[in-house]
Design a protein around this ligand. Structure first.
Ligand code: FAD
Length: 441
């Protein structure tokens, strides 16, 4: 994958691909469309790009944070291609091995899941590589996940019991599907298992040392700008005009923007926005939330960059120098997460102290809860069936976004893949279309 080249003013006018939404799906589509030879205009309703994956300065904490912790794996091939297009292949740093340390706060047991490198996943056969107290049989009996039917949940496909449920399937389901195993689609979970978990080389955690925005968003914006794309922030697309089987105009903040005959449109917006703009999509709007607690400490703390937690409300702890961030996925299904902010922060800090083994007198200087109520669509088998396809009934309209039917869960990889797919489906602009588009602008 080569980085997108700078656009030279001497080149002839090209047909325009309009992309609506500057989240990862829209940015991915925009980069791939530029590479395919389109002129790109990116419309974003917010004042910044990144959507559900963004960094910002938090005044209460007095530092930059990510809206939520995000885990990317080394086998996320579309993310790798996206970063290559943005000229930022080194923006994410892989852990040296696919090792995932855990602590169970109910029993104080600690263990590390160690996924072996290589094409044959033999790690479940070694006690030292499995969760404490979980036998090899529990993993072998989970094989039906790989050929689960579209109506099955993870719990129905795997039928996990005992510690295998609480120490493996539940953490994995919450992390990947943002739902407990009793609700999450088994087929989507299996897709991730096939793409990443089967080989330790593919499921090393990837970290963004300076945050998600600097790693995943800023390089794409820079590459787009360098290559001549037009970035329009605070520009909400409010409606489409469709005539003769194609989109002919966009309504943007009181303005009508015409689309020339060869121009195309990618809608890369979340389900509710998509349904408002293109009701035929009927995208599933039910959502699952994610709660993140961010603690700023007086000084950097020692600890693994990523720690799984069971037997507690906290599910994952990310240690980023003097900021410790906790994730509670599917927060709507976790008892007590609707408690008053101060009470919840106190409880989560106590879990952090126990999990990281901090001294009792270590106190955060500031703390913040960020509750993303619509973090992902509710990935039940019924909603997965309702995912919209990227192609629409209109010749020049293609859909992208983590909720579009990519065969993957609603994740960064899924969002980026959807953008790549949208660009591939639109192909290259035709020369005549370019002339028409040029004369229209
Ligand atoms: C707290 C949290 C934690 C997560 N953790 C992980 C994780 O660990 N690993 C992982 O892989 N994924 C994780 N995810 C999921 C991941 O963030 C999303 O799958 C991904 O960011 C979705 O990207 P998107 O482009 O599809 O949508 P979005 O990011 O929602 O982007 C859509 C964009 O469209 C814009 N928009 C909407 N309507 C309009 C309009 N009418 N006109 C113009 N612009 C419009 C929005 O402002 C937004 O910027 C997490 C999500 C959250 C919220």
């Amino acid at each position: 994958m080569r980085a997108v080249r700078a656009w030279s003013a001497a080149q002839p006018m090209k047909a325009t691909a309009h992309v609506v939404g500057a989240g990862l799906a829209g940015l991915s589509a925009a980069l791939a469309l530029l590479e395919a030879g389109w002129h790109v205009i990116l419309w974003e309703s917010a004042r910044q790009a990144g959507g559900r994956c963004r960094s910002y300065h938090d005044p209460k904490l007095g530092c930059q944070i990510d809206n939520g912790n995000h885990l990317v794996l080394s086998g996320n091939r579309s993310v790798a291609a996206y970063l290559a297009r943005a000229g930022a292949s080194d923006a994410l740093v892989a852990a040296p091995a696919a090792h995932f340390p855990f602590v169970d706060l109910a029993s104080a047991e600690r263990w590390t899941v160690r996924i072996n490198d290589g094409p044959i996943p033999w790690w479940p056969l070694c006690p030292a590589r499995r969760p404490a107290g979980v036998g090899a049989r529990a993993f072998l009996s989970a094989l039906p996940l790989l050929w689960a039917g579209p109506d099955q949940t993870i719990a129905e496909a795997v039928q996990p019991g005992g510690l295998a449920a609480s120490r493996f399937w539940e953490p994995m389901s919450l992390a990947v599907m943002n739902l407990p195993p009793s609700l999450a689609s088994a087929q989507l979970m299996a897709a991730t298992a096939r793409e990443a978990w089967r080989d330790g080389r593919l499921c090393r955690p990837m970290f963004a040392p300076r945050g998600l925005g600097p790693a995943l968003i800023a390089p794409a914006l820079d590459a787009l700008q360098r290559a001549g794309a037009e970035l329009r922030f605070a520009a909400q697309v409010k409606g489409l005009v469709a005539e003769g089987g194609r989109v002919t105009a966009l309504h943007v903040a009181g303005e009508t923007v015409p689309l020339a005959p060869g121009d195309t449109l990618v809608l890369a917006v979340p389900p509710a926005r998509l349904n408002a703009l293109w009701p035929a999509a009927q995208a599933p709007e039910e959502a699952s939330s994610i709660l993140n607690a961010h603690f700023r400490l007086p000084q950097a703390v020692a600890g693994p960059p990523l720690l799984g937690v069971t037997g507690a409300r906290t599910q994952w702890i990310f240690v980023k120098s003097e900021v410790v961030s906790l994730t509670i996925s599917a927060a709507g299904f976790v008892e007590g997460t609707d408690a008053e902010e101060e009470a919840l922060l106190t409880l989560l800090w106590a879990e952090t102290v126990a999990a990281l083994g901090l001294a009792e007198d270590v106190r955060p200087v500031a703390a913040r809860l960020v509750h993303e109520r619509r973090a992902t669509f509710l990935q039940t088998p019924a909603n997965v069936r309702r995912r919209a396809r990227p192609l629409t009934g209109l010749a020049n309209l293609v859909l992208a976004g983590d909720h579009i039917d990519t065969g993957l869960p609603a994740t960064i990889e899924g969002a980026v893949r959807s953008g790549e797919t949208a660009a591939r489906l639109l192909g290259k602009p035709s020369a005549e279309a370019g002339a028409a588009s040029g004369s229209a602008r």
